[in-house]
Write a protein that binds this ligand. Structure first.
Ligand code: GAP
Length: 449
C-alpha cells in the first residue's frame, strides 16, 4: 500500500487538474486555491451527497442560503467581534508571524530545525490577540459606520433567520436548518494544502431541540455524521471521535466532539459536532430585541438548544483523496489510482475507442457517450494509447471504462474494465446504461487495507 503524503496529494491534484494555487501567474495568493474541472465535479458530489443526507432524505431539516455580508451587529452578538481571535507573536528578526499557542509546531524562519524563540537571534514580541474576521467596507464612504465583515461561519446566518423559518416553514423543534456556502477566516498559520485555508466552503446544520432532549440529539448527530463518512468509503481505521475537554470547548459549547481523520499531518479535525445550548438564540434575542424562542400550544414556551454538525468541503475533499490514493505495480508498470467511492468520483465512466483512427469505433463510442452523459458525468477519450488513457482515468478515480474494439463492430459488445480489480468483462452495448446504473448503486468498499 502506498505511503500517502500531502506532497503526493498536492502533486496529483495539480497534475490532473483538480486544484491549482490561486492567482498563480502573479505568484499565488497565500493559501487560496482554485479548483479545476475534476475538482469542481468532486466538490459538487460532496456537497450534493451532504445535502441529500441532511435535507432531501429527511422531513425535519430545511435549506437556507443567507448572505455572506450580514449586519455587523450579528458578529457583535455572536461574540466574533470580541472573541474570534488567535494569539499571535511576531519575530522581529525573521519577520515571520506565529500562533503563540502553536509555537512548538512552527519552524524558526532562519533555522527551520529550531522552533521560534529557540535561537539567540530570535526576537519574539509579546503575544497579542488577532481577530480572524476579514473586514470590508460597505458603500462608498469609509468609516466606522460602513465597516462590515465577510462571514467567518455560515451558522450565524441561520440563527438570525430562526424566526422566519419557524413561522414560514411551519416547523417546531426538533427541526434543523442547513446551509452550504463560503466562509472566510484570516488564518495566521494556514497551510497543509486545503486543510486550513482562508476561504472555504462550509456545510453547517443547526438543529433546534427542546433543552431536555439536547444531549440525546448531540449523541445522535455525532453518530449520524460518523456513519456518513463510512458510507462514502472512508476507512474506519482512519476515523475517530474525540470529545473535547471542558477547557478546550468554545465559549458557546457545552459539549463538542470532533470527528477526526488520520491526515498525513496526523489526527486532525475533519468535522465538529457541538451542543451550543441556547447561547446563540439568547444572544441574538438580547442584541436585536427580537424574541427567538419557540411558543407552542398550551402556552409552552422555551428557547431551543442547538446541536450543530459543521464541516468544510475542503477537509472532506482532502480526506477523500488521502483515503483513495494508492500505488501499485501491475504487469511490471507503476500504477497510481484514486480508489474513490463511485458516488464521490468526478467521472463515473470513460468511453474509449480502442483505435481512434477507426471511424466505426469512434462512431460507436460517440453514440454510447451521448447516451450515458444524459444520466451521468462520463468522459469520451480518444487521445493516445489505450494504456495511457486507462492510467489517466485511474488517476482521476473513474470507476469504470468501456472500450469499443474490433469485436464491438462484429457483435455489438464492449469491454468494461473495473478500476479497482482491473477485471474485464464483455457486455452488450445496448445494456451498458442499465449495467452502469446498477453498478453505481451497489455498496462499495475500498480494497485498501
Ligand atoms: N459554526 C461552528 C464553526 O464554524 P469551526 O470548528 O470553527 O466551527 C467548523 O469550523 C468546520 O469548518 C471545521 O470542522 C472544519 O471542517 C471547517 N474549517 C474551519 N476552519 C477552516 C479552514 N481555515 N479551512 C478549511 N476548513 C475549515
Amino acid at each position: 500500500m502506498a505511503d500517502v503524503t500531502m506532497d503526493k496529494i498536492v502533486s496529483l491534484s495539480r497534475r490532473r487538474g483538480f486544484v491549482f494555487p490561486s492567482s498563480e501567474i502573479y505568484g499565488g495568493m497565500g493559501s487560496t486555491y482554485d479548483y479545476g474541472h475534476y475538482g469542481v465535479l468532486t466538490k459538487n458530489n460532496i456537497r450534493s451527497l451532504w445535502f441529500q443526507a441532511m435535507v432531501q432524505e429527511r422531513d425535519d431539516i430545511v435549506a437556507l442560503d443567507s448572505a455572506i455580508i450580514l449586519n455587523p451587529r450579528v458578529w457583535e452578538a455572536s461574540g466574533h467581534v470580541g472573541g474570534f481571535t488567535d494569539p499571535l507573536v511576531d519575530c522581529r528578526t525573521c519577520k515571520l508571524r506565529f500562533r503563540a499557542d502553536q509555537i512548538d509546531q512552527a519552524s524558526c524562519g532562519r533555522r527551520p530545525s529550531k522552533h521560534p524563540g529557540e535561537t539567540p537571534d530570535c526576537d519574539l514580541t509579546e503575544a497579542r490577540q488577532f481577530n480572524l474576521m476579514f473586514k470590508t467596507q460597505v458603500g462608498a464612504l469609509e468609516g466606522e459606520s460602513s465597516t462590515a465583515y465577510l462571514r467567518p461561519e455560515t451558522a450565524q446566518g441561520i440563527f438570525v433567520n430562526f424566526k422566519n423559518v419557524l413561522q414560514l416553514a411551519r416547523r417546531k423543534p426538533p427541526f434543523g436548518i442547513a446551509q452550504v456556502g463560503k466562509s472566510f477566516r484570516n488564518e495566521i498559520t494556514p497551510g497543509n494544502f486545503l486543510f486550513r485555508v482562508r476561504e472555504f466552503e462550509q456545510m453547517e446544520m443547526e438543529f433546534f431541540v427542546p433543552p431536555a432532549d439536547a444531549e440525546r440529539w448531540y449523541r445522535y448527530w455525532v453518530d449520524e455524521r460518523f456513519n456518513w463518512y463510512l458510507k462514502y468509503g472512508l476507512r474506519e481505521s482512519m476515523l475517530r471521535k474525540r470529545e473535547h475537554s471542558a477547557e478546550e470547548r468554545s465559549h458557546y459549547s457545552s459539549g463538542t466532539t470532533d470527528i477526526e481523520y488520520l491526515y498525513p499531518i496526523g489526527w486532525s479535525e475533519l468535522e465538529g459536532v457541538a451542543n451550543r445550548g441556547d447561547f446563540d438564540l439568547t444572544q441574538h434575542t438580547q442584541h436585536s430585541g427580537t424574541k427567538l424562542e419557540f411558543v407552542g400550544d398550551d402556552s409552552e414556551r422555551y428557547t431551543p438548544y442547538v446541536i450543530e454538525p459543521a464541516v468544510s468541503i475542503e477537509r472532506i475533499f482532502v480526506a477523500m483523496l488521502v483515503d483513495a490514493y494508492d500505488e501499485e505495480v501491475v504487469a511490471e508498470r507503476d500504477r497510481t489510482v484514486l480508489r474513490l467511492h463511485p458516488a464521490i468520483a468526478p467521472v463515473k465512466a470513460a468511453i474509449l475507442p480502442l483505435i481512434p483512427r477507426n471511424a466505426d469505433m469512434v462512431e460507436k463510442a460517440r453514440g454510447l457517450h451521448e447516451e450515458l452523459r444524459k444520466q451521468h458525468m462520463v468522459e469520451y477519450d480518444d487521445g493516445g494509447q489505450i494504456g495511457r488513457r486507462y492510467r489517466r482515468q485511474d488517476e482521476i478515480g473513474t470507476p469504470f471504462a468501456f472500450t469499443i474494439d474490433d469485436q464491438t463492430l462484429e457483435d455489438d459488445t464492449v469491454t468494461v474494465r473495473d478500476r479497482d480489480s482491473l477485471a474485464q468483462e464483455r457486455l452488450p452495448i445496448g445494456g451498458v446504461r442499465v449495467w452502469l446504473e446498477e453498478a453505481l448503486d451497489k455498496p462499495w468498499r475500498t480494497p485498501k487495507a
